[in-house]
Design a protein around this ligand. Structure first.
Ligand code: SAH
Ligand code: SF4
Length: 367
């Protein structure tokens, strides 16, 4: 079965069935605007056309194995047509309604995967322990977003203003290293921001990288209309090589900072620096001073992520007090610092807890 997101294939279908060109736009509207993924639900199309499309095409090339739901997150376990497991996590952000004082769903962020597994092997990350199994293609990455928007529509329906609830922010922060699957991630980002398709603004799509310089250079040259997050984790080369063992040796911190400076100079955008807080590894006061010195004067925002513990990995989360002190020290250098709230821990949907059951079972056997 072919995927409908291939414009060439769709055009061929249009010509074969002698359809007017505006029909293509109608199909796109059904998928991207009305959040439909089953042709049967696309009621602005004729019944005959829906049947013809259903016979030839799929919209989402993934099947859903399971959805784990809790108040703050829903975790989706997909399977690709070649039997690999892909995960995405939807995070719900609530706010208190001033009049009723009740909590109300405000917005939703979707954390998507760009690869199955990852070859970078950061010592604190479960995906890294899996090694790289597969690069996802554009339709498999977009499929995660299309499926989840359809899920949201079915679950939450419309807002008070009559528009559909849908994913507002997308971050490439679940499985995989997006810069090691750059061409698929580039195409996906173009769809996510194109007014014809998902129409998300640059600020609302973020690619997170552990620092793969050649793709980061391409990303800057291509002027990809999305935001950039860099997983720093350590303010000096020795510590970084310990935490991000495979690539930190040749993509050194000095070289990375130079590329990130070029990014901020050419785009005017700030870089979000992510920093996983691991007890007695990278959370000491002296390291906080080094981090402050490194980021001082740069267009940077530091996001401290309390390490999510995992039985397969012998590392501990930093104490809350230590995280606050680290934050205070870096702030004293004039660098904005936030601490990420840990959503979804109970359902193993927080960063680093993906693929949990399967991976942990294998790793604890190996240990
Ligand atoms: N490969 C990319 C994007 C996916 S990982 C990258 O590394 O940036 C997204 C974020 O989750 C990274 O900042 C990563 O450091 C963080 N992460 C991974 N394992 C984690 C864990 N156990 N606890 C907290 N954050 C984790
Ligand atoms: Fe790969 Fe990112 Fe995990 Fe490191 S943190 S192993 S780069 S997914």
């Amino acid at each position: 079965m072919q995927n409908i997101l291939d414009p060439k294939v769709l055009e061929q279908f249009r010509q074969e069935h002698k359809l007017q060109p505006y029909r293509i736009r109608q199909i796109e509207q059904e998928i991207f605007h009305n959040a439909n993924i089953d042709f049967a639900d696309m009621t602005t199309l004729s019944k005959e056309m829906r049947e013809q499309l259903a016979a030839d095409f799929s919209v989402v090339p993934l099947t859903v194995d399971r959805i784990d739901e809790c108040k703050e997150t829903s975790k989706f376990l997909f399977q690709t047509s070649d039997g690999n497991v892909v995960e995405s996590v939807l995070m719900y952000h609530f706010h208190k309604d001033k009049k009723t004082k009740k909590e109300k769903l405000n917005r939703m962020t979707l954390c998507i995967s760009s690869q199955v597994g990852c070859s970078v092997g950061c010592i604190f990350c479960v995906t890294g322990k899996m090694g790289l199994k597969k690069n996802l293609d554009r339709t498999e990455v977009l499929g995660q977003v299309l499926y989840v928007n359809n899920y949201i529509k079915k679950r939450f329906g419309k807002r008070e203003d009559g528009t559909l609830f849908r994913v507002r922010n997308i971050v490439f922060m679940w499985m995989g290293e997006p810069m090691m699957n750059y061409s698929a991630v580039k195409k996906t980002s173009e769809y996510l921001t194109d007014t014809r398709y998902f129409w998300l603004s640059q600020r609302r799509v973020t690619i997170s990288t552990s620092g793969v310089i050649p793709s980061m250079e391409k990303f800057i040259d291509d002027k990809l209309p999305v935001s950039l997050a860099f997983s720093l984790h350590a303010p000096n080369q020795t510590l970084r090589e310990e935490l991000v063992p495979t690539i930190a040796k040749f993509y050194t911190l000095d070289k990375l900072m130079a590329v990130l400076d070029r990014y901020t100079q050419e785009t005017g955008n700030e870089v979000m620096y992510e920093y996983v807080m691991i007890k007695d590894k990278n959370d000491m006061h002296e390291i906080a001073h080094q981090t402050g010195t490194l980021l001082q004067g740069r267009k940077a925002h530091l996001n401290l992520i309390p390490y999510n513990e995992n039985p397969a990995i012998d590392l501990e989360e930093s104490d809350a007090k230590q995280i606050r002190q680290f934050q205070k020290i870096v702030l004293s250098y004039g660098v904005p610092v936030t601490v990420r709230e840990n959503m979804g821990r109970e359902k193993k949907s927080a960063c680093g807890q993906l693929g949990y059951e399967k991976v942990v079972a294998t790793l604890t056997q190996q240990k």
